[in-house]
Design a protein around this ligand. Structure first.
Ligand code: AN7
Length: 357
């Protein structure tokens, strides 16, 4: 393997999509494994919803286990280019894991503000492992974001939440990859919505490829919030958002307008699914497809199961965005089955426990 200086990476989205990103000759080019995520054809859920061409875009396969890495590589590259020494974000978990990793890769300090008690353990472990300064805010994500915005206005730290336009730029590359893989845009795209940056980014990517005539059509954008944290569906901020899907436990999304534009311009919808529907989809994904996603990601699959029958999907191409890895939240996975079946280390006892005798 030939070693290269890190500022000349010839892989990754900074390099591959440089013509469509705010990359200049002064932008440091690096690569941590982001992008080129698998587009997997569904087997059993496809049958359930009556759609032969149902795909899962496995954004959980990005280096820190979520889609955030696509936006973070661009946001951190631009921060380095502009001379920043530190990055800052508020996060329900995945943004903080990603910011911490890319900051470590580039030798920057990372400050992350997370809602105390409402972040999955795996995500916290990532931020800690990468050496970020983690502050558990005694409030929810919306309060943490407000404070992060204020601090970034007063101090020389680069704000890397999705209100940073470089994040949206990077995340739109997932839409490019879907078009490149399928030969055109899908008919429908199902995606979870929290702070609403990602749905905004995908829509931008699909519109860009359509305008460049790389895609002949644009998908209907179907965004899904959790019922207890569904400000866009209700049309007003939710003061105390609650959901099992802690990643999208957000009551006043920064990308609200972008999400509405994506939904309206595409003839799509923003709708809500209950925690029970999310958990049912979470188990189905894991047990019928072999895809271990985190609850927030399952929200869009819950949406597909809910809305599918009225959408006549038989002849349609549908993509669900699997935004984050299930391993990030082991507590939710084990919640229903904390106790293992204990068996003596004896052949016949194990056979009996397996119901083989
Ligand atoms: C797995 O990490 O907001 O609508 O601070 O982690 O772009 O916010 C995470 C959001 C979906 C929603 N799926 O995306 C954060 C954060 C997963 C997520 C979303 C998030 P946006």
């Amino acid at each position: 393997m030939i070693s290269r200086p890190s500022n000349s990476a010839r892989e990754g989205i900074l390099h591959r999509y440089r013509d469509r990103l705010p990359v200049t000759d002064a932008t440091p080019m690096f690569y941590l494994g982001e992008g080129e995520t698998p587009l997997v054809l569904s087997r059993r859920l496809a049958e359930r919803v009556g759609c032969e061409r149902l795909y899962f875009k496995l954004e959980m396969c990005n280096p820190t286990g979520s889609f955030k890495d696509r936006g973070m590589v661009v946001a951190v590259a631009k921060a380095v280019e502009e001379g920043a020494k530190a990055v800052l974000c508020a996060s329900t978990g995945n943004t903080s894991a990603s910011a911490a990793a890319y900051a470590a890769h580039c030798g920057l300090d990372a400050f992350v503000l997370v809602p105390r008690g409402n972040i999955a353990r795996g995500k916290l472990a990532q931020a800690v492992a990468h050496g970020a300064r983690v502050l558990a805010i005694q409030g929810n994500f919306d309060a943490a974001l407000e404070i992060a915005r204020e601090i970034s206005g007063r101090h020389p730290v680069a704000m890397v939440n999705s209100i940073n336009p470089n994040r949206i730029q990077g995340q739109k590359t997932a839409a490019f990859e879907i078009v490149d893989a399928l030969g055109d845009a899908p008919d429908l795209l199902f995606i979870p919505v929290g702070n609403a940056g990602n749905i905004t980014a995908y829509w931008r990517g699909f519109v860009e490829y359509y305008q460049a005539e790389i895609a002949a059509r644009k998908p209907r954008m179907m965004g899904w919030q959790a019922a207890g944290a569904a400000p866009i569906v209700r049309g007003e901020p939710v003061e105390n958002p609650e959901t099992v899907a802690s990643a999208i436990r957000i009551g006043n999304p920064a990308g609200w307008k972008g999400a509405l534009a994506a939904s309206n311009e595409s003839g799509g919808a923003i709708d809500a699914v209950t925690d029970d529907e999310i958990m049912a989809a979470y188990h189905l994904l894991a047990q019928e497809e072999g895809i271990f996603a985190e609850p927030a990601s399952a929200a869009c699959v819950a949406g597909l199961l809910k809305a599918g029958p009225s959408l006549e999907l038989a002849e349609k191409t549908v993509v669900c965005i699997i935004t984050g890895h299930g391993l990030k939240d082991p507590e939710t996975a084990l919640a229903d089955q904390a106790e293992m079946t204990e068996v003596p280390a004896e052949l016949d006892a194990v056979e009996r426990a397996m119901a083989l005798t």
